[in-house]
Design a protein around this ligand. Structure first.
Ligand SMILES: [Fe+2]
Length: 302
């Protein structure tokens, strides 16, 4: 049985290359690492090329930079290099999504449980840009949105691994409080170390706010919540449902979509969820909480 796709670890390193013939030992190792399945080349898939909205190379680059940012304390080093790489990566993601806008968004990845957070960050980044582009956001705002979405969970790197990994059902009240601090910790960490615009920080800070005000950490509701955060909220929830996360059973894409639609305007901005093409740019109503252009700390493009 030949492998149908390259397999990378969470740091963007190649584990197994496409077309190699899988041995029983390699299959056991993949199972041991928690990979729920792999694409294979067989008589049914021969000649079928899976079109992807973001090229494998851009996705690998994004995976690497997100992994590096989760493992580097930017307060202890010159932030410029990591920030520069991130800016280049988000531009590549946005350009690919704009270029391949008509391709159905296929971002099912094969990943191990331990790498979940890095893949999840990439998926949320890509899905958020797809939604933002469909809503008519201009290029520079899509880049800001991509940066916020790729790093939406960066605050989790400062929280005990067991609390993050355990899932809500296994956390004590105290642990749940700690877990719920990750949007604020992440936004403050990036504000301290990077020169993004205020929109990026707000997108991260508010990505667990609910449209009906039941979210955290600020309890904002409706259009008080930053547009980036409203978009990331939907992408985050959808990807968490389709991904095989250790603490929960994954749903099929159609079941996840039903789940998102069922929660409709309770958790999500219905205008972001419908994802209809806005012909004349983002409507005033949708943008009622405007995307601010003011930069923080002498910031630059996004
Ligand atoms: Fe989060």
């Amino acid at each position: 049985m030949a492998l149908g796709q390259d397999i990378y670890d969470g740091a963007g390193r190649l584990l197994l290359g496409r077309h190699i013939l899988l041995t029983e030992e390699q299959i056991s190792n993949l199972e041991f690492l928690g990979f729920p399945g792999v694409y294979v080349d067989d008589e049914f898939s021969r000649g079928i090329e899976i079109q992807q909205i973001v090229s494998p190379e851009v996705r690998r680059q994004a995976l690497k930079i997100v992994y590096d940012l989760f493992h580097t304390d930017m307060r202890k080093q010159e932030p410029s290099e990591a920030e520069f790489k991130l800016r280049k990566t988000v531009e590549s993601v946005v350009d690919d999504v704009i270029c391949n806008g008509d391709i159905m968004c296929n971002i099912m990845d094969i990943k191990s449980y331990d790498d979940y957070i890095y893949y999840h960050s990439i998926h949320v980044g890509i899905l958020s840009v797809v939604v933002g582009a469909r809503l008519g956001l201009p290029h520079d705002e899509l880049c800001q949105l991509a940066a916020a979405a790729l790093l939406h969970d960066i605050g989790k790197r400062f929280i005990d691994h067991d609390i993050v990994r355990g899932g809500k059902a296994h956390r004590s009240e105290e642990e749940q409080e700690v877990y719920r601090s990750h949007p604020k910790i992440g936004a403050e960490y990036l504000r301290e170390t990077c020169r993004f615009s205020a929109d990026v920080y707000e997108g991260i800070m508010e990505h667990h706010e609910c449209y009906n005000g039941e979210g955290y950490p600020l309890g904002k509701k409706g259009a008080e919540i930053h547009l980036f955060a409203r978009i990331i909220r939907i992408a985050d929830c959808y990807d968490a449902k389709v991904s095989a996360f250790p603490a929960q059973k994954s749903l099929s894409p159609s079941e996840a979509l039903e789940y998102v639609m069922a929660l409709g305007d309770r958790w999500f901005d219905p205008d972001c969820g419908c994802v209809r093409k806005e012909s004349g740019g983002v409507s005033d109503r949708l943008r009622s909480r405007t995307v601010q252009r003011a930069a923080c700390g002498g910031g630059t493009e996004f």
